[in-house]
Design a protein around this ligand. Structure first.
Ligand code: IPM
Ligand code: MN
Length: 360
């Protein structure tokens, strides 16, 4: 059955426009093969939006996202703002406001390794082979959204800065429940990652998770401190099925987990709420690579595959994933995955190869 979808495209900064362009090419290939129609509407976000409007998340972008069936987002961040402590607006604020405004409290980050990349991970093949787990990162609470500020005399020794981490029981409940639900669809094992030996918020997480666990007697729930989890992810990644954790722990652990997949350029994600859904690679804007055609588009293309599945185009989603797998098996990959001295392909060559695989 052919269907019509409205997709909001938010390329953002740095390599964002290049990788989103390849994901669109892939979506168009899917549309052609399966007879669907994707209508795209572009929105500004991040530094690109600050330059054009002074606001990293303009009201018009919010409207475009809210009117769409799904949002495909590239990346955000610009070095012009990174080392300027006086900057009043920052590109990242756009992303955070967007997540909050769209109610995207759950960020699903699957960590998988394609067979043909087993020897591309810096970890030993026997550790990473067959790894397949899902990180569920809370996305609209915690230290990212708590009160922050400065006290004392600017520039003097008494000057202090603070960021606060707050979670309500209901915020914890909804994300932990989602973690359990995901686990029931997988290998029924959930690891709740926290720092309950130190943090009060973590103790609330644990308490709440123990309650929710009663609703899911088929799922084995385990608790792990975040420092230990950081080690286990690279020593025994095969032991994880679903990991649920708060915002900042999830941010850090998933960059770490990306080394399993061979490159940060491989990991997709879905950011979900009750009304809206956004799909984004987990990597940043990689400004040094912007415009050079070397960025790996696969994380964004795999995010588009997650978007297709979310739109109930399950076959279409697997077709994209298989096309990526065959492209990697054919050795067509960008330089982040290519050993020194071996031929690498450009962003658009990789995108085109994936499209050719979809047409076949
Ligand atoms: C991510 C990014 C963002 C985050 C930044 C750009 C604000 O690192 O999506 O993981 O920390 O959430
Ligand atoms: Mn991150």
């Amino acid at each position: 059955m052919s269907r019509i979808f409205n997709i909001a495209l938010l390329p953002g900064d740095g390599i964002g426009p290049e990788i989103v362009a390849e994901a669109v090419r892939v979506l168009d290939a899917v549309a052609t093969r399966f007879g669907h129609k994707f209508h795209y509407t572009n929105g500004l976000v991040g530094a690109a939006a600050i330059d054009a409007t002074g606001d990293p998340y303009p009201a018009q972008t919010d409207e475009i996202c809210k009117a769409a069936d799904a949002v495909l987002f590239g990346a955000i961040g610009d070095p012009r703002f990174d080392n300027d402590p006086t900057a009043k607006v920052r590109p990242e604020q756009g992303l955070l406001r967007m997540r909050k405004s769209l109610g995207l409290f759950a960020n699903l980050r699957p960590v998988q390794l394609f067979d043909s990349l087993v020897d591309r991970s810096p970890l030993k093949a026997e550790i990473v082979r067959g790894v397949d787990f899902l990180c569920v990162r809370e996305l609209t609470g915690g230290i990212y959204f708590g009160e922050r500020g400065r006290h004392g005399t600017p520039g003097e020794g008494d000057e202090t800065a603070f960021d606060t981490c707050t979670y309500s029981r209901s915020e914890v409940e909804r994300i932990v429940r989602l973690g359990f639900e995901q686990a029931t669809k997988r290998r029924r094992h959930l690891t709740v990652v926290d720092k309950a030996n130190v943090l009060e918020t973590s103790r609330l997480w644990r308490e709440t998770a123990r309650e929710i666990a009663k609703e899911f007697p088929d799922v084995t729930a385990e608790f792990m401190f975040v420092d230990n989890a950081a080690m286990q992810i690279v020593t025994h990644p095969g032991a994880f099925d679903v990991v649920v954790t708060e915002n900042m722990f999830g941010d850090i652990l998933t960059d770490e987990a990306s080394v399993i997949s061979g490159s940060l350029g491989m990991l997709p994600s879905a950011s979900l709420g009750t009304q809206h859904a956004l799909f984004e690679p987990i990597h940043g804007s990689y400004p040094q690579a912007a415009g050079r055609g070397i960025a790996n588009p696969m994380a964004t293309i795999l995010s588009a595959a997650m978007m297709l599945e979310h739109l109930e185009l399950t076959t279409e989603g697997s077709v994209v994933r298989e096309a990526v797998a065959r492209t990697l098996a054919a050795g067509v990959m960008t330089e982040d995955l290519t050993p020194k001295g071996e031929k690498s392909y450009s962003t658009s060559e990789v995108g085109k190869h994936i499209c050719d695989e979809i047409y076949h």
